[in-house]
Design a protein around this ligand. Structure first.
Ligand code: SF4
Ligand code: SF4
Length: 503
């Protein structure tokens, strides 16, 4: 029974949870695969820069690719072995693209570089905590993949009234957070207390979906002062960051803003455990729990090394033939179809879902304007109008209809009687607009560089044409070029004076 009064968000739907098949089975640990494929880009930020060479031996925990900037994320070797390739490999991608990856051929010995453990995390200064999080290469493990150190740093710089640890695993089938809490409740609460202290949060809540009773019982079994446990109704998508803030605070996060902008920090529960392990034992993010579920005999959760090929993972769950199945990364609502099972598990993959291909699949009909999608959208969008805009590539209208507020939850597609794959249209429209914006930015940059070059040429010709310099003429010049031109002009002038004296 909650002490806290909860609010509800608009829209949303009750779904069959399909969690009973895996939530009460202990997670297993996979043997080390012969090859690990590590994409240099595993989150929304910039791709990491390899700092190893082909043929180089590496130990587990060793850095193999370095972050290029603040929003970047470093990569570590999940096991010991030899770097066997740095090349393009298939990855999880909506249209099956390959991206740059590091291939590690493991040696089976799992030899590790030593870690720097801290005996008392409560004595660590804020800066030291932040540093250890950044060094561990942690991204949000709930699926969004935002760099954890950036999120922590943002919260440090703000007044945080509430820290929410998000354990509302609302998509059907997925139980990896549920198992993590049941198996490591002490680390969940120690991580929550650590982060609450570092960001100086007014209060700290661990929000657990009501469909996860064993997880809630495990948390209640650990004494924890100042951390409130709250059970959240299983209405999809109650685990969405903004929806969860509304449930717990009664406040809506305005369009274009983040929860932190209204004083609320939200972190996924698996991310919190990864942060605790990084701060306490210096452990980088090398593995994660992944749910493997769907239409086959022995579903469950597996502690999986980052870089493990999905085919290898499925074979360990007895799934070898997927010709009559769709395999998704993520749940049935927001998952991405995996077009090549050689693609690896990345830091953000929480579930591999294997579903029978339905014969009716892809046989969608025309929109009948029933309005069902409108009534369930948790963001208050107009999915049927967005669909028209996306279908006709009307990017201006799509943006006017707030396409980028869509959280890809899939509620609209789920209820659509015409079975229109609305989310696929929305994702495609978003990526098309983003690509267009990138092209525009590249073109604008090229234009700006060209104009600067013309200004420089013009300024140079003025320097050559006159003996005096005007400030306005030289403002666009490269300083080194300017210095060289001035020296040349001084030299010409002194030679001329010398010649005049000699005459
Ligand atoms: S996928 Fe987007 S448009 Fe559809 S219900 Fe969810 S938020 Fe609304
Ligand atoms: S639910 Fe489907 S058929 Fe109904 S209005 Fe929305 S898009 Fe059209």
């Amino acid at each position: 029974m909650n002490m806290r009064e909860l609010s509800s968000f608009r829209g949303g739907i009750r779904l069959d949870s399909h969690k009973g098949e895996t939530q009460n089975i202990a997670s297993r640990t996979l043997p080390i695969p012969e090859k690990l494929i590590l994409p240099l880009q595993q989150h929304g930020g910039v791709a990491a820069e390899p700092c190893v060479e082909i043929g180089q031996r590496v130990l587990k925990n060793e850095i193999i690719a370095e972050a290029r900037n603040y929003f970047g994320m470093r990569l570590h070797a999940p096991s010991s072995g030899v770097i066997s390739a740095i090349n393009k490999f298939p990855v999880i991608h909506p249209i099956g693209l390959s991206t740059d990856c590091i291939e590690l051929t493991t040696d089976g010995e799992d030899m590790a570089r030593g870690l720097n453990t801290v005996n008392d995390v409560t004595s660590l200064e804020t800066e030291a905590v932040y540093q250890r999080v950044a060094e561990a290469g942690i991204v949000g493990l709930g699926g969004a993949g935002f760099p954890a150190h950036v999120k922590v740093q943002e919260a440090i710089g703000q007044t945080v009234d509430m820290l929410i640890i998000n354990a509302v695993e609302c998509e059907p089938y997925i139980t990896c957070d549920d198992r993590l809490i049941q198996e490591h409740p002490g680390e969940v609460l120690a991580g929550a207390a650590l982060i609450a202290r570092v960001i100086d949060a007014g209060e700290c809540i661990v929000a657990v979906e009501e469909d996860m009773p064993a997880a809630m019982a495990a948390l209640k079994g650990v004494p924890s002062a100042r951390i409130e446990l709250v059970s959240i109704p299983a209405i999809y998508p109650s685990g969405g960051e903004k929806q969860l803030v509304t449930i717990l605070t009664g406040r809506e996060v305005p369009t274009g803003l983040l929860p932190i902008d209204i004083g609320v920090a939200v972190l996924n529960v698996a991310t919190v455990v990864a942060i605790f392990r990084a701060v306490f034992s210096g452990k980088p993010l090398l593995d994660r729990l992944v749910t493997v579920a769907g239409d086959f005999c022995s579903p469950g959760n597996a502690n999986t090394l980052i870089g493990t090929p999905i085919k290898y993972l499925l074979e360990h769950f007895g799934v070898s033939d997927t010709s009559n199945h769709r395999v998704l990364a993520g749940g049935p609502m927001m998952g991405t179809e995996i077009l090549n099972l050689a693609a690896p598990i990345t830091k953000t993959v929480n579930c591999i879902l294997v579903l029978h291909r339905e014969t009716a699949e892809n046989l969608s009909n025309a929109c009948i304007r029933c309005g069902d999608c409108l009534s369930v959208c948790p963001v208050g969008l107009q999915p049927q109008q967005l669909f028209d805009a996306a279908r006709t590539s009307d990017v201006d209208l799509a943006q006017e209809l707030h396409l980028f507020d869509c959280i890809d939850c899939g509620c609209c597609a789920y209820v659509c009687p015409s079975q229109i794959p609305l989310v696929h249209y929305f994702r495609y429209a978003k990526s098309s607009i983003e690509a267009l914006d990138r092209d525009r930015a590249v073109a604008d940059g090229a234009r700006a560089r060209h104009e600067q070059q013309l200004q420089r040429l013009s300024a140079k010709s003025k320097i050559g044409a006159r003996s005096g310099l005007e400030l306005a003429d030289v403002s666009a010049l490269d300083p080194s070029e300017l210095e060289r031109d001035i020296k040349a002009a001084v030299s010409r002038s002194s030679k001329r004076r010398q010649n005049e004296n000699e005459l």
